[in-house]
Design a protein around this ligand. Structure first.
Ligand code: IPM
Ligand code: MG
Length: 347
């Protein structure tokens, strides 16, 4: 059970530290943790946000636990040197195409949602976001037009095989849940989305037990706050999934609670909180490590088939929340390490 630990920037190291404490406390046979540099931290040390030695560590492991990347000081660097390239590079290089972002209301936490408690209480959904394509990885640039105006451009595209493989992940996930799959696109405007929709419909023939629906992304954003309980599994592209998953987190209560998995076709995966590096609160013990701790649970489940310890972690986090342990993100005053202590005590 070799796990690469890439803590990264900002609050990344402090939230990752708590997740590592939890992993160590489980006494898992064969557990081995190897650290590597990513993001702005790696750029300072090695001149690149994703240096070759980090990729090598990733390839030698069965899974990656990832903190966060992003650093104000690096915002003016050329794009290929920016911290975000570490996570984008890992996703692409390692074929991590399927991003699972579950959003479920924790018992007793309805009051912390941005939505009315009776609306928020029904949230139990899974966003499946494609991670290797879309406008994220298309050709892009800033060019000067013949008339002297500058123009920024980013090419959005999806090939049918890319849509097909993420669609299968969506249908299979729905089979294991309530049997509802909602494909989110913008087919009324974008050709990329039209192909997306056509391919998802083709794939649906193989899953007669799943009820497929389609929603335009603007409507999906609205429905997520109007009636999030209607969603079971959402499958969508890279950009729409990025936006909708941040939105879903506030419906649950805090972006500090949502974990994610980025999976390859094998059992290999990268696990990270969906939040960013929050440099404004870094190093102050204000970050909520629960999203990273829950990501470690997803890691054990998806990459190592270790369901029992994964469920133990999730139960300990749920119990800590039920007992009133709250970080600043939830209006409480527990520090990062105090939250880690509370989860450990309940393990
Ligand atoms: C996420 C993040 C990343 C993304 C950034 C840091 C590149 O927002 O994982 O949601 O846009 O995918
Ligand atoms: Mg995001």
């Amino acid at each position: 059970m070799r796990i690469a630990v890439f803590a990264g920037d900002g609050i990344g190291p402090e939230v990752t530290r708590e997740a590592v404490r939890v992993l160590k406390a489980l006494n898992l046979p064969g557990l081995e943790l190897v650290e590597g540099d990513v993001g702005g931290a790696a750029w300072r040390k090695h001149g690149h946000p994703l240096p070759p030695q980090t990729l090598e560590i990733a390839r030698s492991a069965g899974a990656i636990l990832f903190g966060a990347v992003g650093d104000f000081e690096c915002d003016r660097l050329e794009r290929h040197l920016r911290p975000e390239q570490a996570i984008l590079g890992l996703r692409k290089e390692l074929g991590l195409f399927a991003n699972l972002r579950p959003a479920k209301m924790f018992a007793g936490m309805e009051d912390t949602s941005a939505l009315r408690p009776e609306v928020a209480g029904a949230i139990d959904l899974l966003i499946i976001r494609e991670l290797n394509g879309d406008v994220y990885f298309g050709e892009k640039g800033i060019r000067t037009l013949p008339d002297g105006r500058r123009q920024g451009w980013d090419m959005m595209s999806y090939a049918e095989d890319e849509v097909r493989r993420i669609a299968h992940v969506g249908f299979k996930a729905a089979q294991g849940r309530r049997g509802l799959l909602c494909s989110v696109d913008k087919a009324n405007v974008l050709e990329t989305s039209q192909l997306w929709r056509d391919v998802v419909i083709e794939v649906s023939a193989e899953y007669p037990d799943v009820t497929l629906s389609h929603m335009y992304v603007d409507n999906a954003a609205m429905q997520l706050v109007r009636n999030p309980g209607q969603f079971d599994v959402i499958v969508t592209g890279n950009l729409f999934g990025d936006i909708l998953s941040d939105q879903a987190s506030m419906c649950v209560g805090s972006i500090g609670l949502l974990a994610s998995a980025a999976l390859a076709e094998t059992s290999f995966g990268l696990y990270e909180p969906i939040h960013g590096s929050a440099p404004d609160i870094a190093g102050k013990g204000l970050a909520n490590p629960m999203a990273t701790i829950l990501s470690a649970a997803m890691l054990l489940r998806h990459s190592f088939g270790a369901e029992a310890p994964a469920a133990r972690i999730e139960a300990a986090v749920a119990k800590a929340l039920a007992d009133g342990i709250r970080g600043g993100d939830l209006g409480g005053s527990h520090s990062t390490s105090a939250i880690g202590d509370a989860v450990l005590a309940r393990l």
